[in-house]
Ligand binder design. Structure first.
Ligand SMILES: C[S@@+](CC[C@H](N)C(=O)[O-])C[C@H]1O[C@@H](n2cnc3c(N)ncnc32)[C@H](O)[C@@H]1O
Length: 340
């Protein structure tokens, strides 16, 4: 049958396949197509929610997969087509927990949606209604709508297994490719700061790859740092990460320069940017994340570099949209290199 698909280089196929599956955008009743050096991953009927950086949306003839069951969780609900259309296409999977956001009019039927997701997602234990992250520690507000057990889970991405507690510390499976990209950019012997590290996915992925001389991971939420410590305690490479429960403004004044710095605090990071930039060694790189309105994206990299002129010579060497954030804005990654 003809359906939309995502054309991706074979070498990136597995990571994008996981991103699509984690976002509920991978269609499971059709087989993945192999086209030379490319794969075409079948998408649910709309390409909404697929960031352009993941690949090119195309149309292809797909073979039906042998796997039984519906292609979409919505098809498990005895609702009219119109009612199903109002449901979100995507959801997140964190370990054995499924998280979904629902438009307000559908909240009254949240248990039915939760039950459908629990049956649809293989290995799901608990389904939460996601009311977004709040407060300075970006804790997620969730309500159980199906399943049972704690919000604590273990999440696998990029070959590492992270301790996560959905309610107590920030974590998003949508950043998995960023965690891998930054880790792959670390060179042998680099020292790294992971500022606003949360439960430490950048730090753990960098340590797992094994090139960094050491990673210092800093977060103001002591519960995030405790989860990171628990992850590190069961990893053979755990000793390469030093977790610190502190605010960046306490940590930065005495921090020596290092070759790689991550700052992932998308709404407020800008206020720390100059003092964070001072900790980047010459020829070192800063990985900075910001929510940027689409109308301002074209000039944002230049504005960031200009704001850092008093600190040193910086240039944006890469810029990419990580995922859509709102109808008018995206989460954007800026890779900023220091020349002197
Ligand atoms: C968007 S989360 C990023 C988590 C992590 N880097 C990741 O990729 O999953 C932002 C984190 O910054 C922390 N935070 C907020 N303000 C902070 C500050 N002033 N100093 C240190 N950490 C802070 C929060 O506790 C939260 O864990």
């Amino acid at each position: 049958m003809i359906a939309p698909g995502l054309l991706v280089p074979r070498v990136r196929g597995e990571e994008v396949r996981r991103d699509l599956a984690d976002s509920g955008l991978l269609r499971s009743d059709l087989e993945i197509r192999h086209e030379g050096e490319f794969l075409v991953l079948p998408l649910v009927e709309s390409s909404d929610g697929v960031p352009p950086s993941w690949g090119e949306v195309v149309e292809r003839e797909f073979r039906e997969s042998k796997r039984k069951g519906p292609a979409r969780y919505r098809d498990l609900l005895p609702w009219s087509d119109e009612e199903k259309e109002a449901l979100p296409r995507s959801f997140d999977i964190v370990g054995d927990i499924v998280l979904i956001r629902l438009p307000a009019p559908l909240e009254a039927r949240k248990e039915a949606v939760g039950d459908a997701l629990l049956r649809f997602v293989p290995g799901a234990r608990l389904v939460g209604l996601d009311r977004g992250v709040h407060g300075p520690e970006r804790r997620r507000e969730v309500e159980r709508i199906a399943g049972s057990g704690p919000w604590r889970t273990r999440h696998k991405e990029n070959g590492v297994e992270l301790e996560v507690d959905i309610e107590r510390a920030y974590f998003s499976p949508r950043l998995a490719r960023e965690h891998a990209r930054v880790a792959e950019d670390v060179r042998a012997g680099d020292r790294v700061y992971d500022l606003c590290c949360g439960v430490g996915p950048f730090s753990v992925t960098i340590a797992h790859l094994g090139r960094a001389a050491g990673v210092t991971a800093v977060d103001a939420n002591p519960e995030a740092i405790e989860l990171l410590r628990e992850t590190l305690a069961r990893c053979p490479y755990g000793g390469r990460v030093a977790p610190i429960a502190a605010r960046v403004e306490e940590f930065l004044p005495d921090a020596p320069t290092v070759e790689r710095v991550v700052l992932n605090l998308p709404h407020e990071g800008i206020k720390y940017l100059p003092s964070v930039a001072r900790t980047v060694a010459p020829r070192g790189r800063l990985y900075y994340y910001e929510v940027v309105s689409r109308t301002e994206l074209a000039g944002r990299g230049v504005a960031l570099v200009n704001s850092l002129a008093p600190v040193g010579g910086f240039a944006v060497v890469a810029e990419r949209v990580v995922h859509p954030y709102s109808p008018a804005s995206d989460l954007v990654a800026f890779v900023v290199e220091r020349s002197r």
